[in-house]
Design a protein. Structure first.
Ligand code: 13P
Length: 253
């Protein structure tokens, strides 16, 4: 049995940038590019208050809208959190989970990422589940151990059919917002490792279907070399996703 080739996905993570009006402006400008001609899936992750407007601005286009986090409970006294149903009610279909900035600055752990991930999957959202090592961990040659622990923790209790709807993202913390991209070879090594871990946890065919995005200083001029690696199936883009022409440069690459 041959597996269908994995479709490239380019996702923009807008982090804490852009009001709703700015998000709409971006999407309107971005829709002018010949997106449908590209065999690439495109997603954008605005802030919570911009999601509703972004979904409406993207209607009728191939652009998918993602949230940057989601809570595991359906509702309750949980100040500052947003539930799966709330995202779905505004038409959001995807969610980024376990981003290193959430882990680093907001106390997110493998366990909380796992709870969010399972809730997202149970509610029918497509998660982009992020893993990645810090500079200290890489320098101590702990990269693969860290990634293995994050995968095991994040995907604990996630069955095969749910894992099949999960997208992974490898984002080395030392490459995020630093202008320091992992070389395609360094990224490929970790992507290959992630796929082999997924094959061990689930099976080879599932591991071959799951998309693994790379994130960390992806730009129009380094995107093609990264995507050319056998286990890199797309990009999760921060800074270079904030301007429509630059982001198009990555999709077009
Ligand atoms: P930069 O592309 O700005 O390095 O950010 C990467 C990232 O964190 C995407 O989620």
């Amino acid at each position: 049995m041959t597996d269908t080739p994995r479709r490239i996905m380019i996702a923009g993570n807008w982090k804490c940038y852009k009001t709703a009006a700015e998000a709409v402006q971006f999407i309107q400008a971005f829709r002018a590019y010949p997106l449908a001609e590209k065999a690439v899936d495109v997603a954008l992750a605005p802030t919570f208050p911009a999601l509703d407007a972004a979904v409406r601005a993207a209607e009728g286009s191939p652009i998918r809208v993602a949230a940057q986090n989601v809570f595991w409970e359906p509702d309750g006294a949980f100040t500052g959190e947003v539930s799966v149903a709330m995202l779905k009610a505004v038409g959001v279909g995807m969610v980024i989970l376990g981003h290193s900035e959430r882990r680093q600055y907001f106390g997110e752990t493998d366990e909380t990422v796992n709870r969010r991930l399972r809730a997202a999957l149970a509610g029918g959202l497509e998660p982009i589940f992020c893993v990645g090592e810090s500079l200290a961990e890489r320098e101590a040659s702990r990269t693969l151990d860290v990634i293995r622990t994050q995968i095991e923790g994040g995907l604990a209790g996630v069955d095969e059919s749910s894992a099949d709807r999960t997208i992974l993202a490898y984002e080395p913390v030392w490459a995020i917002g630093t202008g320091r991209t992992a070389t395609p070879e360094i990224a490929q090594e970790v992507h290959g490792f992630i796929r082999s871990e997924l094959a061990k946890k689930y099976n080879k065919s599932l591991a071959n279907r799951i998309r693994i995005l790379y994130g960390g200083s992806v730009k129009p001029d380094n995107a093609a070399a990264l995507m050319a690696q056998p286990d890199i199936d797309g990009a999760l883009v921060g800074g270079a996703s904030l301007k429509a022409d630059v982001f198009w440069g990555i999709v077009n690459a």
